[in-house]
Design a protein around this ligand. Structure first.
Ligand SMILES: [Ca+2]
Length: 543
């Protein structure tokens, strides 16, 4: 249920076509596919012809056999090449799970000779209710490196972008993890039929709620994916609602003098950057060393009447609460309690307005406020409830139920790791929607469960400072090719330990600034000498 973003500032992945690999197949579902006769379309012997067929012809003539989970094809269509996207055959369909939940899905098939033999499931954001591959933002998120893949996505089991379906267990399960699994099996079967050969690898990539759904797959269906790319995952949505509602959000929206306009957010952003920018060794607008940044804006306190160049005590308290961990006494699934502070730097991105303060005090339209209010209305079964009147401690059982369904906080990733799965987490440190530190806590719980050495063998958490949940910030527009990095990790056992974050000149492809992408808790520290636009002038450092 966490946001889909605007198209501004999305990372641009660089085109990096990979040769098709012929690797052994290891999903249990293959035997089921064979039993269903799904390899009948050409088989290996006819694959050369099938792969060479014009895509439009193959698309028009495609007729699905019996698909898993009683999935039905509702249409096929050709999408002509546009921007960086190639021509694809889109197969659309649905799975009727129950009267309360129908999953609509789409499978995008590139021309046979361009297919790299792999599938990429794209996780959806917000409350879902739309198909990510139909949304240019999600195509931009996965980037041109995804073009040779069969792309699979669904609306997660409902067709409205609200939380009204949250009272249905079937709809909740579909949204949380089942739809992802069912549609993966459908997409795999369609790829096998369409090309006459089975996919060799299956990956998942998503951000926010789409990151959560990928992580949920590693916990609920650990054999589904060879690699899962998880960007700024909303893994603990109920903890977010339960803890932010009674604390920072109630404070911000209880009195106009506590609320920060865009102008005041910018005022604070300039002061925080001035105080903390150099802590990473270089004054470049990026707050790399966030743990050393303890700036409190008492120097901006209004001494007379409030004006545009000062902050009221209530506004300073709002900022303090953003950077404070909260502990509402409600225990959720897997023992989760509390919600950690947000990372420094979000005021200099679009995040603080989008997620904390919204467009006006009266509108109360910040995403964090609306999401917490939507959950409050669901658990109290009152569509007109104000978040300001909600006490989550009285609804422990309801929040626990939602957390058990939706939140991806199970620390036992042993089956996923045992199957050879790889987990690549990326975070913008300044995210003011989904706290990076919640995912840090989760990864610690996985280490406690499995041991740090084992976790290092299959998981990485990388971060970029001064980037928010909207993926804008001091270093945008930029590019980190997470999909290519994952594919290299899976295929060549080369872990993504030397990725580069590249900023391009506006509207161009000329790199103007590069930074190493460091593994948490390290950040890029300037070496003190060397070209500050080059990654080699920085070292990943924890202090
Ligand atoms: Ca800096």
């Amino acid at each position: 249920m966490f946001p889909k973003k605007s198209t501004a500032g999305a990372p641009r992945n660089q085109l990096s076509p990979k040769p098709a690999h012929r690797l052994w197949l290891r999903w249990a579902s293959w035997s089921a596919l064979a039993a269903l006769g799904l390899t009948a379309c050409g088989g290996d012997g006819g694959s050369a012809d099938l792969m060479a067929r014009p895509l439009a012809e193959a698309c028009t003539s495609y007729r699905a056999s019996a698909l898993p989970h009683n999935a039905k094809v509702t249409s096929t269509e050709i999408r002509k090449p546009e921007s960086t996207l190639p021509e694809v055959c889109i197969v659309r369909g649905e799975i009727v799970s129950s009267p309360e939940s129908t999953i609509r899905w789409a499978v995008e098939l590139p021309q046979g000779r361009q297919w790299n033999g792999k599938t990429l499931t794209i996780g959806g954001g917000a409350f879902d209710g739309f198909i990510p591959t139909d949304d240019p933002w999600y195509q931009m998120l996965v980037g041109p490196s995804a073009n040779p893949y069969v792309k699979i996505s669904s609306d997660s089991g409902h067709q409205v972008q609200s939380f009204a379906w949250g009272n249905s267990d079937v709809a909740l399960r579909n949204h949380a993890f089942d739809a992802n699994h069912y549609v993966l099996e459908v997409g795999t079967a369609i790829a096998a039929e369409f090309y006459g050969k089975r996919p060799t690898r299956r990956y998942h990539m998503g951000q926010s709620n789409g990151g959560r759904s990928g992580l949920a797959s590693t916990q609920k269906y650990p054999k589904d994916y060879d690699g899962v790319i998880v960007m700024e995952p909303a893994i603990s949505q109920q903890a977010h609602q339960v803890n932010l509602g009674p604390t920072v959000l109630r404070h911000i929206f209880s009195k106009p003098e506590n609320w920060l306009s865009a102008e005041k957010i910018a005022l604070y952003a300039r002061a925080e950057t001035a105080a903390c920018d150099s802590l990473d060794g270089l004054k470049d607008g990026i707050i790399g060393n966030v743990e050393a940044c303890h700036y409190v804006p008492t120097d901006l306190l209004c001494t007379g009447a409030e004006n545009a160049s000062c902050l009221t005590p209530g506004q300073i308290e709002s900022i303090r609460l953003i950077y404070t961990s909260h502990d509402t006494p409600v225990t959720l699934a897997n023992g989760a309690r509390g919600y950690p502070r947000y990372g420094r730097g979000g005021a200099a991105t679009s995040d603080w307005q989008a997620y904390m303060f919204g467009t006006s005090f009266e509108a109360r339209d910040s995403f964090n406020f609306m999401a917490a209010q939507e959950a409050a209305r669901l658990v109290e079964r009152n569509a007109n409830l104000s978040l300001l009147d909600h006490d989550p401690t009285k609804f422990q059982a309801e929040y626990f139920r939602l957390a058990q369904m939706i939140d991806a906080t199970d620390p036992d990733l042993s089956a996923f790791a045992g199957n050879g799965g790889k987990l690549l987490i990326w975070y913008g440190v300044s995210d003011a929607c989904v706290s990076m530190y919640r995912t840090v806590e989760y990864l610690d719980s996985v280490r406690q469960r499995l041991g740090a050495t084992m976790v290092q063998g299959f998981a990485r958490m990388l971060t970029s400072p001064s980037v928010g949940h909207n993926l804008d910030g001091a270093t945008e527009p930029r590019a980190i090719d997470l999909l290519a990095a994952m594919d290299t990790w899976v295929e060549k056992s080369a872990a993504p330990d030397k990725l580069i974050d590249t900023q391009f000149a506006p509207g161009g492809s000329t790199p103007v600034l590069q930074r190493p992408v460091c593994e948490y808790p390290k950040f890029p520290r300037y070496n003190g000498t060397g070209d500050p636009s080059k990654a080699e002038s920085f070292t990943c450092s924890a202090t």
